[in-house]
Write a protein that binds this ligand. Structure first.
Ligand code: UDP
Ligand code: MG
Length: 319
């Protein structure tokens, strides 16, 4: 299998026939073996019935995964990725806001030697105030914090080489951070402007609250990428700084006693003690996090590195 298309579906019964039409049209132009995996995310309309019909009619290409309830777009995408057979994986939305006609362009770019090609909705057709504007800010922030520079992380339409998706799981709203994780395991990433259409049928499932979730996810991602194998650097570093400030503060109170200024009456006393204790605790927390990091890597035999290729080495790593 060369190519797996994956699309999450939640209440898209009216969009699905148009989606299939567009996908078949594009796939006829591409000379590759392909499949499309549609993940029904607990739809409450007739989406699943429609999907079943298409799957019956074309068992060679159409695969359907039906989740037991609504888990959200990211989980639906994860399920699709877990079952995909293709060497190349393309994700896009089922509501036709992404245009399947852009898939060949992404694939061509991927073949230039990239591991991930991300769509960029340059001319985005969503609500300007509650979606586009907050999303601009979120994109800018993600780009600054992670050092992976894209204009549009949130665009679902992206093409991936299989290995670029290996080794991490997606939580929360995290499918938009796949490029960031992929970058951390050494993937080469490109961005390509793609078409974007307004929704014809159905309604958008997300609003302003999504941007908040994305920003919270960003904290997790940054922490995982920068410190998950060395948490003591963060906790210990913060703890050391707090303790130092605490000790300087206490030393100052101590020295003042030579001029008979009582320490007990100053708020600096409790502040100093508090900072020293908090700093010490943060260092201890760092040690616990170090234990967790070891459990995480060693229980799953997850190395702390990723390999692109080896030469003259057919053996498995020594345990
Ligand atoms: N979706 C899903 N589960 C959900 C919400 C949405 O699988 O709980 C799918 C939806 O069918 C669509 C894609 O995720 O294919 C994007 O959803 P939506 O269009 O609502 O988001 P927006 O384009 O407004 O960001
Ligand atoms: Mg949409």
């Amino acid at each position: 299998m060369n190519l797996s298309l994956i699309t999450p579906v939640y209440n898209e019964e009216k969009n699905l026939p148009l989606l299939f039409e567009a996908v078949y049209k594009t796939m006829r132009e591409i000379n590759q073996s392909w499949e499309i995996i549609l993940v029904d995310d607990g739809s409450r309309d007739n989406s699943l019935v429609v999907l079943d019909e298409y799957a019956q009619a074309d068992a060679q290409h159409v695969r359907v995964i039906s989740l037991r309830r609504n888990f959200g777009q990211t989980s639906a995408i994860s399920a699709g990725i877990d079952y995909a057979q293709g060497e190349t994986i393309v994700l896009f939305d089922a509501d036709l806001q992404n245009d399947p006609a852009d898939i060949p362009l992404l694939l061509a770019k991927l073949n230039e030697g990239y591991d991930l090609v991300s769509g960029w909705r340059k001319d985005r057709k969503d609500n300007a105030l509650v979606r586009n504007f907050p999303s601009h800010i979120a994109n800018w922030l993600i780009s600054r914090v992670t050092g992976v520079h894209l204009h549009d992380y949130g665009c679902t339409l992206k093409a991936y080489r299989r290995d670029a998706l290996a080794g991490f799981r997606l939580y929360g709203e995290m499918h938009r951070f796949i490029p960031v994780f992929a970058h951390s395991v050494g993937a080469r990433i490109a961005e390509l402007p793609v078409r974007h259409h307004a929704r014809k049928f159905g309604k958008a499932n997300y609003g302003l609250e999504r941007t908040l979730k994305v920003i919270l996810d960003l904290f997790t991602v940054k922490f995982l990428l920068s410190f998950s194998s060395k948490p003591i650097y963060l906790f210990g570093g913060a703890g050391a700084v707090l303790m130092l400030i605490g000790f300087v503060d206490l030393a100052y109170l101590f020295i003042r006693r030579f001029w008979n200024i009582p320490a007990a009456s100053s708020p600096l006393l409790s502040i100093g003690i508090m900072l020293a204790i908090m700093g010490f605790q943060s260092i201890l927390l760092g040690l616990i996090a170090e234990l967790l990091a070891r459990t995480y890597h060693e229980s799953q035999r997850k190395p702390t590195y990723t390999i692109r290729k080896t030469v003259n080495l057919s053996r498995e790593p020594r345990e």
